[in-house]
Design a protein around this ligand. Structure first.
Ligand code: CTP
Ligand code: MN
Ligand code: MN
Length: 510
C-alpha cells in the first residue's frame, strides 16, 4: 500500500483532522453512515480520532479501510462504486465489519485484518476478457462444433481456401490455425482487446479480424470470394476426383465450371466422370439420417462377407456434425489377419445389390518395418481402402422430409445434362462413402487418424514430432528416443503417450 504521506486527498473534508494527531498514518478509515445513522457515525469518529486513528469524513482514494455495520459486502461495494463514479474499487481497500474498528480501538492500534472481519462480496465476472489460457497446438485445446466466432472464422477460412488453390500451404495453414484458435474461445470476439495473449494469430489474420470488427466485412475476403479464379477453383475442385493442380491447369485453359468441362469435351478419368455425373448430389450435404442409412448398408455388406467385423463411423459424423461431404467408415476384425482382403468382397456384395455408382479400392500397402520410423509422418495412410459413391434410395432414409417425396421408388434420375446438372429425381441420391480397413492392432491409431478434423490431425502429428520426438500416423506411434513403437488399444492411451489431455471426438472440431 502506498504510504499516506504520498497520497493525494481528493475530497474536501467537512471536519478536517490534523494528520499530526494520527498515530497510525498508513491506515485511513472511512465509516459508512448507511444503516448506522449519523449520530453513531460521529460518535465512533470522535472516539477513534481520540485514540490516534485517521478517520476521514468522506470517502476518497486515500481510504484503506472501510468500516460499516449491518451492511453486506455487496451493498458496501455498490455504495462505494457510486461515490467513485462507477469506478471499480481497488482490491487493496478493505471492506470491514465494525468489529474490526471496535477491536482496534480496544487494543489501542489497528489490529491485523482477519477473515472474520471481512465483508464477503460476490466475485464479479471479469468484464470483457475472461481469464483463460488458450494453448497453441489445436490438439491441446477443446474445440466444440458450435462456437462463438463463425463471423470471423468463415472469413479466415475463405483466405485459407484461396491459399490452397494457389498451393500456398504455409499461408493456408496459418489462416486455418488462426480460425481454429477463435473456434476454441468461450466468448464472442468484440474488440481487438479480446485477442490479447492468444497464440497463432499472425499479422495478416489480425488485420482481417480488425477490419471485420470495425467495418463488418473484410475487403480482401469479399474480393477473394468474388474473384473469378476463386469461384472457378471452388467449382472445379468440387468435382470428385479433381485436385487443385488439375483445376488450376483447367482454369488457365479457360475452363471455369463443370459445364465447361462437358462443352470442351475434356478427357476425364473414371473418378472425374463419376464426379461430373453426380456433381449436384455430391455437392449437396449428406445429412445424419442419410449417414445412418449408409451405415446400415455398410454393416449389412460387411457382416455378410465377414461376420464379427466391427464397423465404426468416422470423420465429421463421429465429431458430432449434422452434415458432411461424405460418410467415413473404419472396419476391423478382432481376429487379426481376417480383415485382409475384406474390401473387394464387400464391394462385390454392394455391386450385386446395385448400391455402388463408383468405387476404387486400394490394397493395404503398409509394412511396419518399411514404413515406420524412417518415413516422415504423413497425412496419407496406406490401409486397404475404398473411395466410393453409393446409390442411396431415399426410401431407406429415416427422415420426416421423406413424407413429402412424391415418387419414392422410381428411377427418375438421369445422367448430367448439358449444364452439368441432374434432373431432380427424388427416389435416390448419390453419396460419397470412404471405407477403410485396419488390422485390429492398429485400430486405435486408425480411429484417431480418421476422426479428424484435418487440422486436429495435423496438429497432433506436429505436436508428436516437435514436442515429443515421436512420429504419429494412422498406423502407429514411434518413439524416436526410445527407438521403439508404442502400442495402444485405445485413443486415450495414445493421448497419454503424447503427454496430452484426452480430447473427445466432439471437441476435435479444430
Ligand atoms: N483422411 C485421411 N486420408 C485421406 C482422407 C481423409 O486420413 N486421404 C482422414 C482425415 O484426416 C480426416 C478423416 O479422414 O481425419 C475424415 O476426412 P474427410 O472425410 O475428408 O473430412 P471430415 O472431417 O469427415 O469432414 P466432412 O464432413 O466434410 O466429410
Ligand atoms: Mn468425412
Ligand atoms: Mn472422407
Amino acid at each position: 500500500m502506498v504510504p499516506l504521506k504520498r497520497r493525494k486527498v481528493t475530497t474536501v473534508q467537512t471536519a478536517v483532522q490534523d494528520n499530526s494527531t494520527c498515530t497510525f498514518s498508513d491506515v485511513a478509515i472511512f465509516i459508512l453512515e448507511r444503516k448506522m445513522g449519523a449520530s453513531r457515525k460521529s460518535f465512533l469518529t470522535r472516539l477513534g480520532r481520540s485514540k490516534g486513528f485517521l478517520i476521514e469524513d468522506s470517502y476518497s482514494s486515500i481510504i484503506t479501510h472501510v468500516v460499516s455495520e449491518n451492511n453486506s459486502g455487496d451493498e458496501v461495494q455498490l455504495w462505494l462504486e457510486k461515490q467513485n463514479n462507477g469506478e471499480v474499487l481497488s482490491e487493496s481497500v478493505h471492506l470491514l465489519d465494525i468489529s474490526w474498528l471496535t477491536e482496534s480501538m480496544t487494543s489501542g492500534s489497528p489490529v491485523p485484518v482477519q477473515d472474520r472481519h471481512r465483508l464477503k462480496t460476490t466475485p464479479k465476472p471479469l468484464s470483457v476478457t475472461p481469464l483463460i489460457v488458450i494453448k497453441s497446438y489445436a490438439c491441446q485445446r477443446r474445440t466444440p462444433l458450435k462456437h462463438h466466432n463463425a463471423f470471423l472464422t468463415d472469413a479466415l477460412e475463405v483466405l485459407a481456401q484461396s491459399a490452397e488453390f494457389t498451393e500456398n500451404e504455409g499461408r493456408s495453414v496459418a489462416f486455418r490455425r488462426s480460425a481454429s484458435v477463435l473456434k476454441a474461445l468461450p466468448y464472442v470476439v468484440r474488440g481487438m482487446e479480446d485477442l490479447k495473449d492468444l497464440p497463432c494469430l499472425g499479422k495478416h489474420s489480425l488485420k482481417v479480424i480488425k477490419e471485420i470488427l470495425e467495418d463488418g466485412t473484410s475487403r480482401e475476403v469479399e474480393s477473394t470470394k468474388r474473384s473469378e479464379q476463386f469461384q472457378a477453383m471452388k467449382a472445379l475442385t468440387g468435382v470428385f476426383g479433381v485436385g487443385v493442380k488439375t483445376a488450376d491447369r483447367w482454369f488457365r485453359e479457360g475452363i471455369h465450371s463443370p459445364s465447361d468441362l462437358i462443352r470442351t469435351n475434356q478427357k476425364l478419368n473414371q473418378a472425374q466422370l463419376a464426379g461430373l455425373q453426380y456433381y449436384d448430389d455430391l455437392n449437396r450435404p449428406v445429412t445424419k439420417n442419410e449417414a445412418m442409412a449408409v451405415s446400415h448398408l455398410v454393416e449389412k455388406a460387411v457382416t455378410a462377407v465377414r461376420p464379427g467385423a466391427v464397423i465404426t463411423l468416422m470423420g465429421g459424423f463421429r465429431r458430432g456434425k449434422e452434415v458432411g461431404h461424405d460418410v467415413d467408415f473404419l472396419i476391423t476384425h478382432p481376429e487379426e489377419g481376417t480383415e485382409e482382403g475384406l474390401l473387394p468382397k464387400v464391394v462385390n456384395w454392394l455391386k450385386d445389390q446395385g448400391l455402388l455408382l463408383y468405387q476404387k479400392t486400394n490394397n493395404n500397402s503398409y509394412l511396419e518395418r518399411k514404413d515406420g520410423p524412417a518415413r516422415p509422418p504423413s497425412n496419407m495412410d496406406r490401409f486397404e481402402r475404398c473411395f466410393s459413391i453409393f446409390k442411396l434410395e431415399q426410401s431407406t432414409v429415416c427422415s420426416s422430409t421423406l413424407l413429402n417425396a412424391q415418387t419414392p421408388n422410381t428411377d427418375t434420375k438421369e445422367s448430367i445434362d448439358g449444364t452439368g446438372h441432374q434432373q431432380s429425381g427424388l427416389s435416390w441420391r448419390a453419396v460419397r462413402v470412404d471405407l477403410v480397413v485396419s488390422p485390429y492392432s492398429q485400430f486405435a491409431f486408425a480411429t484417431l487418424g480418421w476422426t479428424g478434423s484435418k487440422l486436429f490431425e495435423r496438429e497432433l502429428r506436429r505436436w508428436a514430432g516437435q514436442e515429443k520426438g515421436m512420429s504419429l500416423s494412422s498406423h502407429a506411434l514411434y518413439d524416436a528416443k526410445q527407438q521403439q513403437y508404442l502400442r495402444a488399444n485405445t485413443e486415450e492411451e495414445i493421448f497419454a503417450y503424447l503427454g496430452l489431455d484426452y480430447i473427445p471426438p466432439s471437441e476435435r472440431n479444430a
